[in-house]
Write a protein that binds this ligand. Structure first.
Ligand code: MG
Length: 163
C-alpha cells in the first residue's frame, strides 16, 4: 500500500463563486485561481499523484495552459484517476481537511463525498471530509483564503507474484 500527501491554498476574492468538492457553496466571496480554484480537489489530486509517485498537479495542469482556465476541478480529478489507472493502482481511501474560518462546510459534505465517490470509484464511507477553523490565527484566521490538506492510500491492482 502507498500513501500520498497533498496541500493547497487559494485566496478569497469578491465576485467569484465558491466551489469546494465540486459543490457550489453559498458565500459572499469565492476563491481565486486559474481553474475553478477548488482547493479541496487540488489537495486531493496531489495526494493521489503523490501516492502513485507521479509529479504534482502544477506539472500536469500548468496555469499557463489556457485549456485549464476556469475548468471544473472534477474534470481534472477524472484525468488524475486515468493516470492512476494507467499505473494499475486502486484507491483504498482518501481523507481531506479544510482549513477555513468561514463558511460553515458541514451542510455540503455529503454532496462533496458523492461527487468524489463517483469519480474515484470508492464508496463515500472511504472518503473523509472535515473542516476546522484556524482559531482566528494567521491568514486563514483573518479569512484571507482557504487551505486544504489531503492524504490517500492506493494499492497495486495485482499483487506481485511470489517466486
Ligand atoms: Mg490550487
Amino acid at each position: 500500500m502507498y500513501i500520498g500527501l497533498g496541500y493547497d491554498v487559494h485566496r478569497f476574492k469578491k465576485g467569484l463563486p465558491l466551489i469546494l468538492g465540486g459543490v457550489q457553496i453559498e458565500h459572499k466571496e469565492g476563491l481565486l485561481g486559474h481553474s475553478d480554484a477548488d482547493v479541496l480537489i487540488h489537495a486531493l489530486m496531489d495526494a493521489l499523484l503523490g501516492a502513485a509517485g507521479l509529479p504534482d498537479i502544477g506539472h500536469h495542469f500548468p496555469d499557463t495552459d489556457l485549456q485549464y482556465r476556469n475548468i471544473s476541478s472534477l474534470l481534472l480529478l477524472k484525468e488524475v484517476m486515468e493516470m492512476l489507472e494507467r499505473e494499475r493502482l486502486l484507491v483504498r481511501n482518501v481523507d481531506i481537511t479544510l482549513l477555513a474560518e468561514r463558511p460553515i462546510i458541514r451542510p455540503y459534505i455529503d454532496r462533496m463525498k458523492e461527487n468524489l465517490s463517483k469519480i474515484i470509484g470508492i464508496p463515500p464511507a472511504r472518503i473523509g471530509i472535515k473542516a476546522t477553523t484556524n482559531e482566528k490565527m494567521g491568514f486563514i484566521g483573518r479569512g484571507e483564503g482557504i487551505a486544504a490538506m489531503a492524504v490517500s492510500s492506493v494499492e497495486p491492482k495485482e499483487q506481485p507474484r511470489k517466486r
